[in-house]
Design a protein around this ligand. Structure first.
Ligand code: NAP
Length: 402
């Protein structure tokens, strides 16, 4: 009994401290949109917590959902294949947004920004509620042109987070790209700046940190239970107050999911091993961006905010870390580039999510986005309609998006 009480207390303290860690720090960077009269996109953005996803306040004061959808699908070449790729990503984005995701992780070199843009428009979720991320390659000759293309393909007039995707190219090229991002940040077309894979080229990391006028808010690295990156994480989080975001959070469906420790914990909670891995990320203060093309997996992956891993379980998971040996992709970057960006024109028929007028509309009801039906948490927006269990036990449908 005592052990159980202790475990419960530890779990509560753990979640409280994870919360405090996210919100209780000083803002160290100027807010975006400093050059604009209306304060830039920070003023128009309306990021809120949906489906239980915690928000983190970044070192520039901007709030970001600390869980997202990875949109990278195997690269396909040629116009027909790319059409399929973009249609696939369109479907993933609609599924994710309707399952409660409000954070999308994209990149120009995923060649799928158009599919993401179609999905945002068709989902019925207002753009301002969505954290849209893309990545630009640091070695591009014309970073400004590349950024303008990202806005056009995503069909947005600002991007919440832009990363330098890889520290490839000369240090001068990388800094020139950063300067373009800083200008866009000041103009209010970017809300947060990020570096991705800079842990694999520390000279580029140091060069940006020494020369940047606007310091990065976020670092994206490979991170999952078999490669927990215990060196890289504190470098960013403790020294520079940057949020760590994790790519391959499920290790691309490789070794982590077969690990017996993770499988045992999954069984104890009646959850899948995928959910245990993602819950571990959340309780470690990390931001995972799992990818999936399967709507059932997309919903499963976000359904991790109704249970806690105990302190002992977190410790057991920390024990399976293999360090760099557990990494899937460990590229040494240098003075070389990623080739040219080639895109195509695609056909697309827009099918906005159907919004059904419903006699149960009650405008007094807050448009709450976390709701329960018959004791089961439901994250899915059904054709733009939220279903809310009222305190008197009745179920109300509320049309949120028109
Ligand atoms: N910055 C960088 O350089 C970089 C590098 C790599 C990736 N990334 C980002 O990280 C994101 C995630 O990476 P990733 O998608 O390659 O790897 P991942 O999220 O670690 O794993 C995705 C794989 O797991 C499967 N999966 C997901 N959820 C599942 C579930 N509940 N049950 C069973 N299988 C499941 C998916 O298959 P199904 O489709 O069948 O569900 C897919 O094969 C990318 O999309 C991208 O945004 C960034």
């Amino acid at each position: 009994m005592k052990t159980r009480l202790f475990t419960m207390l530890a779990a509560v303290l753990l979640s409280v401290s994870a919360f405090a860690q996210n919100f209780d720090h000083e803002v160290t960077q100027p807010a975006p949109g400093g050059n604009t009269p209306d304060g830039g996109p920070q003023a128009v953005s309306n990021i809120t917590s949906v489906a239980g996803v915690p928000l983190v306040r970044l070192n520039n004061g901007v709030m970001m959902p600390r869980f997202g959808l990875g949109t990278q699908v195997q690269s396909l070449e040629g116009p027909n294949q790319r059409q399929i790729l973009n249609e696939t990503v369109n479907g993933m984005v609609i599924s994710a947004l309707q399952s409660g995701y409000r954070h999308l992780d994209d990149a120009m070199f995923y060649y799928n920004e158009r599919g993401t843009g179609w999905g945002i428009l068709e989902s019925g979720v207002p753009r301002e509620e969505i954290w849209v991320t893309s990545k630009i390659s640091g070695n591009l000759a014309d970073a400004q042109n590349a950024f303008n293309g990202m806005l056009e393909r995503l069909q947005v007039d600002y991007i919440d987070l832009v990363y330098i995707h890889h520290p490839a190219g000369t240090l001068t090229d990388i800094l020139a790209c950063w300067r373009v991002m800083e200008d866009e940040y000041k103009a209010g077309r970017i809300r947060a700046l990020g570096i991705s894979n800079f842990d694999n080229r520390m000279e580029a990391f140091n060069y940006i940190l020494q020369n940047a006028e606007i310091k990065p808010q976020i670092a994206q690295i490979e991170c999952h239970p078999l490669a927990q990156r215990t060196d890289a994480r504190p470098l960013y989080a403790d020294n520079y107050d940057m949020q760590v975001e994790c790519w391959y959070p499920l290790n691309h469906n490789r070794n982590d999911v077969n690990n017996p420790t993770l499988q045992q914990i999954a069984q104890a909670h009646g959850k899948t091993v995928y959910q245990i891995i993602l819950r571990w990320h959340i309780q470690e203060g990390l931001c995972p961006v799992p990818g999936s093309t399967n709507p059932a997996h997309i919903l499963e992956n976000i359904s991790i905010f109704d249970f806690d891993l105990s302190a002992e379980e977190m410790e057991a998971i920390r024990g399976i870390d293999m360090g760099d040996a557990g990494r899937s992709f460990n590229l040494q970057y240098g003075n070389w580039g990623f080739g040219n960006f080639v895109d195509y024109e695609y056909e697309h028929t827009y099918t906005p999510s159907a919004v059904t007028e419903n006699e149960d509309i009650n405008t007094d009801i807050e448009p709450v986005r976390i709701f329960t039906v018959n004791g089961k948490q439901v994250n899915t927006l059904q054709n733009g309609i939220n279903i809310i269990l009222m305190s008197d036990g009745t179920v109300k449908k509320v049309v949120v998006f028109k």
